[in-house]
Design a protein around this ligand. Structure first.
Ligand code: NDP
Length: 286
């Protein structure tokens, strides 16, 4: 029987835990606060920012939203980041990506105080996570890791294959799996014989951005399959639906456990953002 990993339920449970931790901090006079900065009016980003703000309030934290016009200059955004860095009520700062072309995203992300970098993208946090010295891990791979451990708490010696090497998913995912003593392979667009590489995996993490690329016959029987991909595809009736990077039905027939899309890794991302924020508040203020 294949276990369908329920990311929605896991995210709800994590948010409850964050709400408890927030309540405990509030008793000590500390209200954790998350500032979300949105530049421009990208519709998908607006949806993300709205859900982040709603869930921040639901767990009892303070939410600070900063919506800036699309023609905001880099200097103006950097000035806002400096103000948020200096504001003691702000424990986490998230600058929603992508930013408009006139702004250098790397420069902005590097300007965020690493102690408030709840997205975990600052090179200091990347380095701390890579050296196993603490730091704040990026939300999506952290959430994926919690889902893997919900079905397999001990990962020692397992072979994990991550398909995708982005800075926000693939690379930090590799670090987190390595910390849990997995043998880690990172595959990417230049990898040779990808199906064979994936066939060797006890854990497959797909973070490619290509609809249903990973087929069922690439999956070793009994593997854990974590699908990070979110792809919108057109359907025959002229509508659209979301699919992952894994051909779900085929892979589910082989896997011991698999995340669906939607309802798998996706919901964990915001829950982990809230978890990173409460943790940042505790580290900085408690
Ligand atoms: P990127 O586009 O930054 O990276 C994609 C990676 O896939 C690259 O490393 C690329 O290799 C690799 N790749 C592309 N084509 C192939 C191929 N044919 N064979 C093997 N590898 C390939 O994407 P992200 O990491 O940002 O996102 C990946 C997916 O995860 C997307 O669907 C995205 O929507 C989703 N996502 C979901 C999140 C969530 O659940 N909340 C959050 C973030 C992302 P190369 O480096 O060689 O180009």
């Amino acid at each position: 029987m294949t276990t369908i990993i329920d990311g929605k339920a896991a995210a709800a449970a994590l948010r409850l835990r964050v709400a408890d931790e927030t309540a405990a901090l509030k008793q000590a006079g500390i209200t954790p606060g998350l500032a979300v900065v949105l530049v421009g009016e990208d519709p998908a980003s607006q949806v993300y920012v709205r859900s982040k703000a709603r869930m921040t309030v639901e767990v009892g934290m303070a939410s600070f939203e900063h919506k800036l016009p699309v023609d905001t200059s880099e200097a103006e955004l950097l000035a806002l980041v400096a103000m948020l860095n200096a504001d003691d009520a702000v424990d986490g700062i998230l600058v929603q990506l992508p930013l408009p072309a006139q702004i250098d995203s790397d420069k902005v992300l590097r300007a965020i105080d690493p102690a408030k970098d709840v997205d975990g993208f600052h090179p200091i946090n990347v380095g701390l996570v890579a050296t196993g010295s603490g730091g704040i891990a990026p939300c999506t791979p952290y959430g994926a890791m919690l889902l893997i451990q919900s079905v397999q708490p001990r990962l020692d010696g397992l072979h994990a294959v991550i398909v995708g090497r982005s800075n926000i998913v693939g690379k930090p995912m590799a670090q987190l799996l390595l910390q849990q003593n997995c043998t880690v392979t990172i595959a990417h667009s230049r990898t040779r014989d990808l199906p064979d590489v994936v066939r060797g995996a006890d854990i497959v993490v797909a973070a490619v951005g290509r609809p249903e690329m990973i087929r069922g016959d690439w999956i070793k029987p009994g593997a854990i399959v974590i699908d990070v991909g979110i792809n919108r595809i057109a359907t025959d009736d002229g509508k659209s639906r979301l699919v992952g990077d894994v051909a779900y039905a085929e892979a589910a027939a082989q896997a011991e456990a698999i995340t669906p899309v939607p309802g798998g890794v996706g919901p964990m991302t915001i829950a982990c953002l809230l978890r990173n924020t409460v943790e940042a508040a505790r580290q900085r203020r408690a």
